[in-house]
Design a binder for this molecule. Structure first.
Ligand code: HEM
Length: 132
């Protein structure tokens, strides 16, 4: 069973993740945060990437609910300097874009929901970021 944060987050994500517009708007927002970030996705198949991210965020949520970190370790590896070379300072922009998009799509989003998201997925993001 999850703790209170992960229950809030699980339900919040459930209200958003079946809408493909959520992922379209997330990437529009994330790519608008810097030209460097936009350039990282210039050759990316974005419909496929949106599908992969849907699952990636689910992995962060499931990790908060006590699932093993095998999938997040694999993401840490793929995003490290040997892989996509995602610099640690870019994860703040990623989280900002995610929270802004959640606020836009989750009709029940409030300050408590935002705090629950930050506390629940923070450790998983740190795991991926820390593999750099
Ligand atoms: C690929 C998730 C953060 C840039 C992927 C994939 C997933 C994913 C599931 C596809 C599988 C793979 O290549 O391993 C996540 C999650 C993140 C995160 C959950 C948050 C912790 C970031 C950040 C950036 C980024 C901060 C850039 C600043 C990319 C790029 C790819 C990728 C460039 C490859 C795209 C391609 O194949 O063309 N990410 N990501 N990711 N991610 Fe992330």
């Amino acid at each position: 069973m999850g703790n209170a944060d992960s229950d809030i987050v699980f339900q919040s994500y459930g209200r958003c993740c079946n809408n493909d517009r959520f992922f379209i708007d997330f990437y529009d927002r994330f790519m608008s945060s810097s030209e460097v970030i936009r350039s990282l996705f210039k050759d990316t198949d974005m419909p496929a990437q949106r599908h992969l991210l849907r699952n990636g965020i689910l992995q962060l949520v499931l990790h908060a609910r006590g699932m093993p970190d095998t999938k997040l370790r694999a993401l840490g590896c793929s995003h490290s300097r040997k892989g996509h070379n995602i610099r640690p300072e870019w994860y703040g922009l990623w989280l900002d874009a995610l929270l802004a998009t959640l606020r836009q799509y989750d009709p029940q989003f409030d300050e408590a929901t935002e705090l629950a998201w930050r506390r629940a997925i923070g450790p998983g993001i740190e795991l991926i970021r820390g593999a750099y």
